[in-house]
Structures are given as C-alpha cells and as structure tokens.
Design a protein around this ligand. Sequence first.
Ligand code: HEM
Length: 147
Amino acid sequence: MKKQLGFFLAAVSLLLILNGLTKVHAQESLYKRLGGYDAIAAVSDDFIYRLATSPDLKKFTIGLNADSQRKLRQHLVDFICSATGGPCFYIGKDMETAHTGLNITKEEWNIGAGLLAETLDKFKVPAKEKEELLGAVSSLESKIVGK
Ligand code: HEM
C-alpha cells in the first residue's frame, strides 16, 4: 500500500513538472497576446479612422460608400485575426489584388505604418507584440506599395 502511494505521488509530481515545463515553453498566439477578437477589432477601427482622416491618406478611402467601408473594416479585422493565429477565416482579396491600382507610394506606406504604430501605442500594446505585428505588416510592403 505504502509502495503504491509512493508511486502515485511520484507520478503526480512528474505530471506537475511536465505541465509547468509545457507552460513555460508554449508561446501563446499573437492573436491571444494582443487580447483576442475584441482588441483586434478595436485596433482595426482606430487604424481605419486614422487612415480616413489623415490629410495624406484620406484620398484612398474617401470614395468608399458605407457598404464598402464596412467590408474593408471587416476584412481588415479578419485578415489580422487570421494572420496572428486567431480563429477567423479571411475571405477578402489577396493583398496585391486589393491594393493594385491605388498607386500607394513608399512615403504613403511609411505614413500608414506610423499611424498603425500610433494606434498600437494608444491601446498600450506591449513592445514585443507591437514589434511582431509591425514586422508582420512590413512583410506586406512589396505586395501593397507601387501597385
Ligand atoms: C498606406 C497603407 C494602406 C492604404 C492607403 C490602404 C488602402 C486600402 C483601400 C483604399 C482599400 C479598399 C479597396 C476597395 O475596397 O476598393 C484597402 C483594402 C484592404 N486593405 Fe489596405 N491599405 C493600406 C495598408 C494595408 C495594410 C498594412 C493591410 C494589412 C494589415 C491592409 C489590408 C487591407 C485589406 C484586408 C483590405 C480588404 C480587401 C478586400 O476587401 O478584399 N491594407 N486598402
């Protein structure tokens, strides 16, 4: 009986140690670390507002009717949700198709990236997550700029 109890306690200790190790090594998705769907929706709304009111960038969205604005907003939320490991499906166009014909310059891209950084600061996104999201966005530059 004593032997069985000893074995049982040893097994439980091992499980607890393994569980702890898994937690240390498992990195939560960027989606979760950003705060999930509601946080990403709030970030997207704030970023779109900045784009739409920026003296340099508002020309890109000024002609969109309310339905197109809603579609852009929802597609942006779904795109970021999906790209950061969240449970959303992005069903919009690929980035090159979506931005071809807009002729976004490198200067305008930099202004847009600055606006996104302002949004992330407003929501107090920690430095690590901010860097990861901005890094993921900067990898899209060649698909969006000069098209
Ligand atoms: C200076 C930067 C940017 C400008 C001026 C810009 C502008 C636009 C505009 C005007 C549209 C709407 C096109 C239409 O409905 O006819 C659009 C679509 C979209 N953009 Fe951007 N964009 C920029 C950067 C980005 C970035 C960094 C992302 C991703 C994080 C992004 C994601 C999207 C998505 C998901 C759509 C929707 C595509 C669809 O509805 O199929 N854009 N963008």
